[in-house]
Design a protein around this ligand. Structure first.
Ligand SMILES: NC(=O)C1=CN([C@@H]2O[C@H](COP(=O)(O)OP(=O)(O)OC[C@H]3O[C@@H](n4cnc5c(N)ncnc54)[C@H](O)[C@@H]3O)[C@@H](O)[C@H]2O)C=CC1
Ligand SMILES: O=C(O)C(=O)Cc1ccc(O)cc1
Length: 362
């Protein structure tokens, strides 16, 4: 099914990112938000034109994408359907069972609605944080109810395709249990670790490395939005957090025993660390495929303009594809380390090429 005109309601991070991706494919995008400033900024970023409900487009709207906090999805759907705003509807909320249940309670038309959720985002909110490539290669869950009609299914599938994401059809309750493990409980855990830093000493913060930055990145997200996400998926998230808390309690108990001279407690800690490695290795890699063991080439780079561009130029010259890149800054020094993830069989030639050209590899 072709999407000619799409209405995006909620022009924050996800709504504006969706709109930008659609604009790139020439789709006409209409923008709405209860915050006029958010629509204005999204429009200035090239995400589309302002929606004027009194003057709907002649061709009609093929799909309305509801990109507002989970608690407002069902009421927004009802309101849009009452005004016959579009032929088909979807939402992008991070929880699925509760908004669908509420939509059913409110008497929304479920034939023209397929709930969905892109598994991609950022720790920043609002249209200013939007990126047209946010969804590239990412999973995008579709949770059609049994009432969902073929036209709505096709429209939402096309949306996912145009955003460059991978559609994954899953039952709403199963979706919510899954994201409790892979997104919602990790978020709370990140917040708990980050909360330890709120009143720690400047000396400790001065010693912070990449590990703590990685583990706490998502803790910088909007608390209001996350309160809505967590309360919409409360029981499944609580269950995962209880399991995490059991592991943490056992680790603390074992470390107390170790501190008291009980060397046997090392076993318990090793077991948890090993289970952690197993879990980490199961996270799928780029494009949702199995995690690939890339080789990591570390290069010292000066904190000057153009250094990364020069580094990529060398990769290009020797025909090495950079699968991922990470920058680690040396606190207080005008240099850092770039970590280039490459296919293992490309690492040796890249290392040689970099050394030949005078780059410093630690
Ligand atoms: N932040 C993330 O990384 C991800 C968020 N999501 C989901 O996407 C949805 C939007 O989240 P973000 O874009 O991150 O939030 P955001 O805070 O960047 O944008 C939400 C926008 O919705 C508007 N809004 C709120 N209620 C409204 C209403 N009743 N009618 C019209 N506009 C309304 C707000 O003014 C705001 O501009 C949420 O349901 C969230 O669970 C999904 C995937 C990732
Ligand atoms: O920032 C990240 O890496 C995320 O994973 C963000 C995210 C937040 C909420 C979602 O429902 C999906 C993804």
């Amino acid at each position: 099914m072709e999407l000619r005109t799409v209405l995006v309601v909620g022009t924050g991070l996800i709504g504006t990112s969706t709109a930008l991706a659609l604009r790139r494919h020439g789709v006409r995008v209409l923008l709405a938000d209860r915050d006029a400033g958010a629509v204005r900024l999204a429009r200035e970023l090239g995400a589309g034109e302002e929606w004027t409900p009194e003057a709907p487009p002649e061709e009609g709207v093929d799909l309305a994408v509801i990109a507002v906090p989970p608690a407002f999805v069902a009421s927004e759907l009802l309101e849009l359907q009452r005004h016959d705003a579009a032929r088909c509807y979807t939402d992008v909320a991070s929880v699925k069972a509760e908004p669908i249940h509420r939509a059913r309670q409110l008497g929304c038309d479920l034939a023209s609605y397929v709930a969905s959720h892109p598994l991609a985002g950022r720790e920043r909110s609002g249209p200013g944080a939007a990126r047209e490539d946010l969804f590239l290669g990412r999973p995008w869950a579709l949770c059609p109810t049994e009432e969902a009609g073929p036209e709505a299914r096709a429209a939402v599938l096309r949306l996912v395709e145009l955003c460059g994401a991978n559609p994954v059809e899953v039952d709403a309750a199963e979706h919510d249990r899954a994201v409790a493990v892979v997104s919602h409980a990790p978020h709370v855990t990140a917040s708990a670790v980050a909360a330890r830093l709120a009143d720690t000493t400047d000396v400790a913060l001065g010693l912070a490395g990449q590990g703590v930055r990685d583990v706490t990145r998502i803790a910088g997200s909007d608390p209001g939005l996350w309160l809505g996400i967590l309360s919409g998926n409360a029981a499944p998230v609580a269950e995962v957090l209880e399991a995490v808390a059991r592991d943490l309690n056992e680790a603390a108990g074992a470390l107390r025993a170790l501190a008291g001279g009980d060397g046997a407690a090392m076993q318990d800690i090793t077991q948890l660390l090993k289970r952690g490695v197993v879990g980490h290795d199961r996270i799928p890699g780029k494009h949702g495929g199995p995690a690939s063991a890339y080789a990591v080439v570390q290069v010292v780079i000066g904190d000057r303009p153009g250094q990364l561009a020069r580094l990529f130029q060398v990769c290009d010259e020797v025909g090495v594809n950079v699968e991922d890149v990470r920058l680690e800054h040396a606190p207080g020094l005008p240099l850092g380390i770039a970590e280039l993830s490459v296919q293992p069989d490309a690492a040796v030639s890249l290392v040689e090429a970099l050394r030949d050209r005078g780059w410093q590899l630690p």
